[in-house]
Design a protein around this ligand. Structure first.
Ligand SMILES: N[C@@H](CCC(=O)N[C@@H](CS)C(=O)NCC(=O)O)C(=O)O
Length: 291
């Protein structure tokens, strides 16, 4: 083990902006809006304010799956929220999500707009609204919700714990990386053992549990997260690998992964989505071709 730090916490913590590391520009110890800014509103019933991160992609996959099922009420405008520039602290965004994090959804299909924040709550809201991807029979429903909430409780250890200390922290702290690598490998094993027994996470049917888990643990298995594929030995989780490949074959998953994406191949980035035809005409390679 490397030398422990000499740091001794003071009696009372104070906000030292210079210590904020990679996210210093936006991280704050207080909530609320920093500036007045209204959100744009498009023509569809559902307005999504998001970005193509794992939490954002859960919702765009769900919406594309609903549309693929023929649920036309799931038509949506996906607006890009630049969380690196602090868009999540604009007054309009904070009114839709007081927690200032993407994704946030505004359902304008009824007499009064309904706001929904937290990706798990958004998946559940959409599943109930459209009667899809959530079993109605009690035991299958319980299994689906158990895995949905497993994801919501587990991913912060993967992202905020492992990903942060392995990829983003200004210094490599062995204790922190060890602690969270162990937990993430345990989580991958939980999922791998489950997927050895069942085709989808909650059983025979594809559900919001798969839609929630894939953008985090499928992406980790495919080596897209934190440059940590070899470090975590992700190839060893064979059932997670084949489940992720199966989901990746779904056209709605392919489309959902493109929405609000701002990095990677220009042809894979549909920064805003306002119409189904945008996938063919508005990706970055088409609207901002390289010179
Ligand atoms: N539990 C929340 C987490 C959302 C979240 O952490 N969003 C991140 C991007 S993936 C974000 O908006 N970060 C901006 C910030 O923290 O200021 C959910 O699942 O919706």
């Amino acid at each position: 083990m490397t030398e422990p730090s000499e740091y001794a916490p003071p009696k009372v913590w104070t906000w030292n902006k210079a210590n904020g590391g990679r996210f210093a520009k936006t991280n704050r110890p207080v909530a609320g809006a920093t500036h007045e800014k209204q959100l744009p509103v498009g023509r569809h019933p559902l307005q999504l304010y998001s970005r193509g991160t794992p939490n954002g992609v859960k919702v765009t996959i769900m919406l594309e799956e609903l549309l693929a099922l023929g649920k036309s009420g799931a038509e949506y405008d996906a607006w890009l929220i630049d969380i690196g520039e602090g868009d999540q602290f604009g007054s309009g965004f904070v009114a839709v999500n007081p927690n200032s994090k993407i994704p946030a959804l505004l359902d304008r299909s009824g007499a009064q707009p309904i706001r929904v924040f937290e990706s798990g709550a958004i998946l559940l809201y959409l599943a109930e609204k459209f009667g899809a991807f959530l079993p109605s029979e009690a035991s299958s429903r319980a299994e689906c919700l158990s895995w949905l909430f497993w994801q919501m409780g587990s991913a912060p250890y993967l992202g905020g714990g492992f990903g942060h200390f392995y990829a983003y922290a200004p210094t490599k702290i062995e204790y922190a990386i060890d602690r969270f690598a162990m937990e993430v490998k345990r989580q991958l094993d939980v999922l791998d053992r489950r997927l050895a027994e069942t085709r989808y996470v909650a059983g025979d049917a594809y559900t919001i549990a798969d839609i929630a888990i894939f953008p985090w643990y499928g992406a980790l298995a495919k080596g897209w997260q934190y440059g940590a594929a070899e470090f975590l030995g992700v190839q060893d989780y064979k059932h997670v690998q084949s489940w992720a490949d199966m989901l990746l074959d779904r056209p709605a998953v392919k489309r959902g992964r493109m929405v609000n994406r701002t990095s990677g191949e220009p042809s894979s980035q549909l920064r805003e989505r306002h119409d189904a035809s945008d996938f063919a005409t508005k990706t970055q390679d088409k609207i901002a071709p390289a010179i």
